[in-house]
Every structure is written in structure tokens, then in C-alpha cells.
Design a protein around this ligand. Sequence first.
Ligand SMILES: [Zn+2]
Length: 221
Amino acid sequence: MQVEIIGANSALAEEGLNSSLLIRGGDHVILADCGYNIYPRLQLLDYVEDITAVLLSHLHQDHCGSAVTLLEDIVLTQKRSVYIGGTDWTPLLHACEEPGFISQLMTDNYPFDLETFSVPHGKGMDCRALFIGGKILYSGDTAISLLDTPQAQKASLIVHDATLHCGIPHAYLKDMANAPAEIKAKTILTHYLPQNYKKMAEAAREYGFKGVARAGDVFEV
Ligand SMILES: [Zn+2]
């Protein structure tokens, strides 16, 4: 499988793209999260026609803000059906009443391996970590480190949100640093403000993480 980082930044970044990954494996091209500036980026990269599944960790705008537009392009323009999953999409789909749209969205019997599990984040917000293909763990947004989960043990690559500051609903980097060295060595940090990249990269090096995600990075797993 191949993982491409489409975006690695948090909401409110003046420049930079929302956290999002594209996973290519077998016959499937799976997008994990599609925040408000991701669909235009996918168009620019010419990737929209490749996408067969869209998974969302949760319904904050920096994770779902252009997802319905992407689906409308795939279903209404390209006339394809598409798998969707992760958190419950129902509130988003109320926004699109185009006849036939909902019927082309496939929500189960996935032809790829997908496990999701609930993680704490915003109050009242269903937020799901995504474990894809039995190899890639994507945290979405989580207030706690997922590096002690069985999925982290099994994963070949972990893409995990991280914050330098304690007290906001993202995993605190210093807590994540308590994980075993072999887990940190396969963990890429994401969801940061662009101006914090240098500090994140220094901390990642100091604590023994694999690195800090940047748009365009590609990993073979
Ligand atoms: Zn969020």
C-alpha cells in the first residue's frame, strides 16, 4: 500500500492544507478526511477520478468541509458509486438533496479492510480513528495518545495528530513521547499550524518519532 499525505495542517492555518491522506492499495484509492481546502487540491492533483472510498474521522470542517462536494463530483458528474465510512455522515448528507445521490453511496460490505474506533475530541462530537488495511492507523483528531492501542501495535504506519501545547483537544506531544521507541519510530505527526513545523520537527527528532507529515510526502507500507 502507498500512503500520500494530501495535507497536514490544522484549522485556521493561513496557508497549508487540512489533515488528509490518500491510500492506494489493490483496486482501491481511499481518502481519509476531506476538509474545507482538500477537494480543490485533489482536483489540482488530478486525483478525483481515482478515488473509490471516502472516510471521515469526524464532522469538524477541517476534516469534512469539502467531502460532499467531492462526492457530488464523483456521483453526479462522473456517474460512479463510492464507498463512504468512518463517522456517521447523516448530518452532512442532509445538505445534498439531488435525486439519486444518496443511493450511490455504499456504506458497508467494504472491499477493503477497515476498522474504526471512537476517540475523545470535541464535546458531543463522534470522532473515529481509522485503521485501514490492517496497516495504517490514522488518529483523525484525538485528545489522547492512541500509541498504546492494539491497532498501534499492529500498524506499519501511524499518522497521528499532535500538539505542542497541553490543554486543547489534541494529543499532547509530551504524552505521546512516553510510547515505546518502536511505536514512535513508525509514527508521523500531523495536524499542526505551518508556523510550528520547525518546532514540531525538532521535537519529533528529540523524542524519536518517524517525522512530521508534509503535503506530498509518500510512504510505502
Ligand atoms: Zn476536530
